[in-house]
Design a protein. Structure first.
Length: 155
């Protein structure tokens, strides 16, 4: 793994937040709150448009996937262990968010199975004025790829 990747940033990418994308995401996670589906309900609750559920930034993309540039050794892969979100304000339909990712750190942690590498990636989404809308933090664990027995079916 490239331990010098800390501080590396992706290119920015503009993500247009659409009502349909919010609706599909809310349906997929089992949400029923009308602020995620209906403009009138969202406005009555004080929002300017349909609101995105709190984990919606998982659907937004930066200009490149920094995980690909970590140069993992053959047989290793990344497993997402945790993700958190901080918001300056809710994401709503009509937002144009510029998303950028950064490798915030690479650490080695002690685990019952021995030392394990952990990669921390932070994403930021900013609106068209440059104001911060959200920040997410993801922890990725470097693991050995699972071995499959011969003849096993894979999807």
């Amino acid at each position: 793994m490239d331990r010098n990747a800390t501080g590396r940033e992706s290119k920015p990418a503009i993500n247009e937040v659409e009502k349909g994308a919010i609706r599909r995401f809310a349906e997929a996670i089992g949400e029923t709150n009308p602020i995620y589906f209906e403009e009138a309900a969202a406005r009555a609750a004080g929002y300017r448009s349909v609101v995105a559920p709190p984990t919606f930034p998982t659907t937004l993309r930066a200009g490149s996937d920094l995980r690909e540039g970590l140069m993992l050794s053959p047989g290793k892969h990344l497993l997402q262990a945790e993700q958190s979100f901080e918001y300056a304000r809710p994401i709503v339909a009509g937002d144009k968010l510029t998303v950028r990712s950064k490798v915030a750190g690479i650490e080695q942690r002690a685990t019952p199975s021995g030392p394990t590498d952990v990669v921390i990636i932070e994403d930021e989404g900013r609106d068209d004025t440059g104001a911060l809308v959200y920040r997410s933090r993801q922890l990725w664990v470097v693991r050995m790829a699972p071995k499959h027995s011969q003849g096993e079916l894979h999807e």
